[in-house]
Design a protein around this ligand. Structure first.
Ligand code: PEP
Ligand code: MN
Length: 660
């Protein structure tokens, strides 16, 4: 069926598309019945579960359920019913459209009951949340019912000093008298109903809704600007809910996918990539402005965010790329690469498995929650590749292929531009201008080795050029040590050099059987080498399952700290010599205060007791400088350093110095 439903914003019920059966939960006269009438011929069901069962069994064409109200937000019961179905792996569902129904709530009671007499008010929970003023004023006890029309019937049946909050229509149908009109705090008050249809191919939803569980996904969806309809958490899924994603934000959310123990289900077909509207004014590459941060799903690079794109040179088979995706995710990479169209020096060399391989790459990336990066070689490849890839790569050979740059820049995806082997930094940045001018703000630059007279390496990684570019552009700069080196054994050293020089990210080729790789095997790192390298950079995967691995990272940090402390003590000894030869006192409390303040300022947010560390260092420094406490030593008259600030959690003790 066509998922589109005639919508009419007017308060009156629009004529129903007669051929469709629109199920709802509740009784005639309810707001749900009114919403359903806008979608088809209304058919009432006793519960939301029964309604959804009727939908999946094709007894009805659509199920109309309240999803959100103004003021009270998510309507939990119907959303829970949908969530239950999705969590149980039920058949696909889609939200074909939203039907917004104006809700005018009245207070109604049997004949003879006046408002001040009312002692019990019957209605639905979301309605009570919207009528707080009425409840406060009447001093009556709220009694919850499934729907407002039933509340009216129940009040009519029971009689007494009871009233219902319901639609005027339901009140009249139940034979009640309207005591007060418009009793809601929220004006204008509306409820948004979802017209839910059976999902699958052919449905073209008007709104894009999804179900998620997991804190990471919740944060990513909310960060993208989607509307969150949160559900109460459960022990096995503490953070879960639905999100409604406006079309203009779809491209930000379409790259997200579930990792282990998370759920991410679109209500309707997963959206194809939708290119965002073309920017009128993308900045120029060399404009002076804050660093550009390029993001794709969980991947972010630039402005202090650092990334590692890793994976095989070429996608060789679904199994190969799935294995390597797992390996690079485990190592801590933040994006997965893989060539599907390969620019090869010889036409008889392997040219890539094309769009089939792109689907294998996408599946592999999704299965580990990493965005994917792949090369486009021709303008005609841009559109089909941009549908699935998160980042488009322009290879070194195409750095100045201006038609390709323009096409890629208009695709609505971030573009990574590799520097050509014979391209100057200035020409490289000028090439980036083509991509920006085509409307793409998210351009990444990647230095991958230039052609020099040197023959021991495949290219010469031009870190000088990368640093020069840093002073000229706000765009993120990456380095690709793999293509620069051409030899595996040089890759870690070049990667460290680039990382140390402040590159925003790295692109590294990885293979688990490099001897049989179809492309660039000799330069591929083994997964374990990548893991070791990224450990050095402190780039661990998020919820890593290995305490040992994190401990190794801590050990490396400790070793660094120990080395620095030892260097600091050597400097203290040197300064003590100078002080003695110039007659200055060894202790300088003003200087100690500066040292303490520096630690407090640098660590304050992380460690409120940072002064403890400063005190310990000062104490060790005094010891190295040969300072002795005043009472016992020759430098009597100098005071012991006093600790300032809060009482430390673990007192390091005052300086205790050896007596000589
Ligand atoms: C690649 O990244 O696989 C590639 C072909 O790189 P380059 O264009 O830098 O040679
Ligand atoms: Mn390669």
């Amino acid at each position: 069926m066509d998922g589109r439903i005639t919508q009419d914003a007017g308060a009156e019920d629009a004529p129903a598309p007669a051929t469709l059966l629109a199920g709802y939960q509740g009784l005639t006269g309810s707001f749900s019945a009114r919403a359903a009438a806008r979608g088809g011929r209304p058919v009432g069901f006793p519960s939301f579960d029964r309604l959804l069962r009727a939908l999946t069994a094709s007894e009805i064409d659509l199920a109309v359920l309240p999803a959100a109200t103004r003021g009270a937000g998510a309507v939990l019961e119907p959303l829970e019913a949908i969530a239950r179905l999705l969590e149980a792996g039920g058949p696909p569902l889609a939200v074909a459209s939203e039907i917004e129904v104006p809700v005018r709530l009245v207070l109604a009671a049997p004949h003879g009951v006046a408002a001040p007499d009312v002692r019990e008010i019957y209605s639905q929970t979301p309605v009570f949340r919207q009528c707080t003023k009425l409840l406060a004023r009447l001093d009556a006890v709220p009694v919850e019912t499934h729907d407002t029309a039933y509340a009216a019937l129940r009040v009519a049946e029971l009689g007494g000093t009871r009233a219902a909050v319901c639609s005027e229509e339901a009140a009249l149908e139940a034979g009640l008298v309207v005591l007060e009109e418009d009793v809601s705090d929220v004006r204008p008050n509306t409820t948004r109903f979802w017209a839910v249809v059976r999902g699958g191919a052919g449905v073209e939803p008007e709104i894009r809704a999804l179900f998620y569980s997991g804190a990471r996904l919740a944060a990513a969806v909310a960060d993208a600007g989607a509307e969150i309809l949160a559900l109460p958490g459960r022990a096995d899924a503490p953070v879960r809910g639905f999100a409604v994603v406006p079309i203009r934000l779809l491209s930000k959310v379409s790259g997200l996918s579930a990792r282990a123990a998370e759920t991410f289900v679109w209500l309707g077909p997963a959206p194809d990539h939708v290119p965002p509207p073309r920017l009128k004014e993308a900045p120029r590459a060399t404009e002076v402005r804050p660093a550009t941060v390029v993001t794709a799903g969980a991947f972010a690079v630039g402005g202090g965010r650092r990334a590692v794109i890793a994976g095989p040179c070429a996608v060789e088979s679904p199994e190969q790329v799935m294995r390597l995706a797992k390996a690079v995710a485990r190592a801590g990479a933040t994006a997965l690469r893989g060539g599907v169209f390969k620019p090869r020096t010889s036409p008889s060399a392997f040219q890539g498995h094309g769009l089939d391989a792109l689907r294998w790459l996408r599946d592999a990336g999704d299965s580990v929650g990493l965005p994917i990066v792949t090369e486009v070689m021709a303008p005609s490849q841009v559109e089909p590749v941009a549908r699935l890839a998160d980042v488009l790569q322009i290879g070194a050979r195409n750095c100045q292929n201006y038609d390709l740059l323009k096409e890629a820049g208009a695709a609505g995806r971030p573009v990574m531009l590799k520097r050509g082997f014979g391209t100057t930094v200035e020409e490289w940045l000028s090439a980036a201008e083509y991509i920006l001018a085509a409307g793409c703000r998210d351009v990444l630059l990647c230095e991958r080795g230039i052609r020099t007279f040197e023959r021991t390496t495949r290219g010469t990684l031009d870190l000088g050029g990368l640093l020069a570019a840093r002073s000229l552009t706000h765009l993120p700069l990456l380095a690709d040590p793999s293509h620069a080196a051409g030899r595996r054994e040089l890759v870690p050293g070049l990667a460290r050099a680039a990382w140390g020089a402040g590159a925003d990210g790295l692109m590294i080729e990885v293979h688990d059987t490099p001897e049989s790789a179809l492309c660039d095997g000799p330069q591929a790192l083994l997964p374990e080498d990548l893991e070791q390298l990224l450990d050095e950079f402190g780039l661990l995967p998020g919820p890593t399952d290995s305490v040992e691995r994190v401990r190794r990272a801590i050990d490396r940090v400790d070793a660094g700290i120990a080395g620095l402390v030892s260097r600091r003590l050597a400097l203290c000894r040197a300064v003590a010599d100078t002080k003695r030869s110039t007659g200055r006192p060894i202790r300088d409390e003003a200087r100690e205060a500066t040292v303490r303040a520096r630690f407090e300022e640098a660590l304050g947010a992380d460690a409120p007791n940072a002064a403890i560390l400063a005190d310990a260092l000062i104490s060790l420094g005094l010891e190295a400088e040969g300072w002795l406490p005043p009472a016992e030593g020759p430098l009597a008259g100098e005071k012991r350093p006093e600790r300032r600030g809060p009482t430390p959690v673990v007192p390091p003790g005052p300086p205790t110095l050896p007596r000589s």
